[in-house]
Design a protein around this ligand. Structure first.
Ligand code: ADP
Ligand code: MG
Length: 245
């Protein structure tokens, strides 16, 4: 593959749910590209298909039509076991609901990725986990079980888990959605700087406009279509007596 080719190219993606009159067309002819080291933010209201798009791009949900070329390979033409292996090797995920194991400590959640996922030695796993915990500002919380951590701490563990294996692509579904902005900002800063430093491509979906400054590109999803036009703000009826700005 040429070095200049985008790391990910999605073309003419379609995906619907249900059939016949009941069918909901969630993605209609969606195309996009992303280079390594870039941050793409996909915005759209709740129910607009952001999670569906992320799942199709990351090999979790097969599109009805269209192609995802990633590092020169056609993701949806791979055999399932190859796609699974490709995902494990190259993709990191951060979900809104954290998806941590409540009874494992912060350190154990991360060690698991390296020991089970990569077969690393305990010593190697400890060292790498130690480094990332420090980076996340969690060194002193490593011994606590996930259910003792605050929302912001849990999400930082989830970010660490996604970044530990230095993935080429990171998919983050509303990573700041359940956090107050102080913690939300820490999370998006971490994701962005990790993408820059490691040359990973980062896909973030969300609807918080405060994420915009962290993105290299912003696309909007509405009615199944992706555009780079900013939709007009929702019309607001001014309250009587109030001067509209
Ligand atoms: N597995 C599914 N089965 C049926 N409908 C689904 C499924 N997943 C998503 N949808 C529908 O697709 C639309 C988009 O959902 P989603 O991608 O979760 O949107 P968003 O992440 O932007 O909130 C919604 O109308 C949702 O109900
Ligand atoms: Mg969603």
């Amino acid at each position: 593959m040429s070095r200049d080719a985008p790391a990910l190219v999605a073309q003419n993606l379609h995906r619907s749910f249900g059939s016949g009159d009941e069918a909901v067309h969630v993605l209609c002819d969606v195309s996009l590209e992303l280079d390594e080291g870039q941050v793409l933010l996909i915005m759209g209201p709740s129910g607009s298909g952001k999670s569906t798009l992320l799942a199709v791009l990351s090999g979790l949900l097969r599109p009805d039509q269209g192609q995802v070329r990633i590092l020169g390979e056609d993701l949806w033409r791979m055999r399932e076991t190859d796609r699974e292996r490709f995902r494990l090797r190259h993709f990191g995920f951060v979900f809104q609901g954290f998806n941590l194991f409540p009874s494992l400590t912060a350190g154990e959640q991360l060690e698991m990725v390296v020991r089970w996922g990569e077969g690393a030695s305990r010593r190697d796993a400890r060292r790498r986990v130690g480094e990332i915990l420090e980076r996340l500002g969690l060194s002193r919380r490593a011994h606590l079980r996930a259910d003792r951590l605050s929302g912001g701490e849990k999400q930082r563990v989830a970010v660490g888990r996604a970044l530990l294996k230095s993935p080429r692509f990171c998919f983050a579904d509303e990573p700041t959605g359940s956090l107050d902005w102080v913690h939300g900002e820490q999370v998006i800063e971490l994701l962005q700087s990790a993408a820059r430093e490691r040359g990973a491509a980062l896909f973030v979906v969300g609807h918080d406009p405060r994420l915009v400054p962290y993105a290299d590109r912003v696309l909007h999803l509405a009615d199944g279509r992706l555009t780079d036009e900013i939709p007009p703000p929702a019309t607001q009826t001014p309250t009587p007596g109030e001067v509209p700005s």
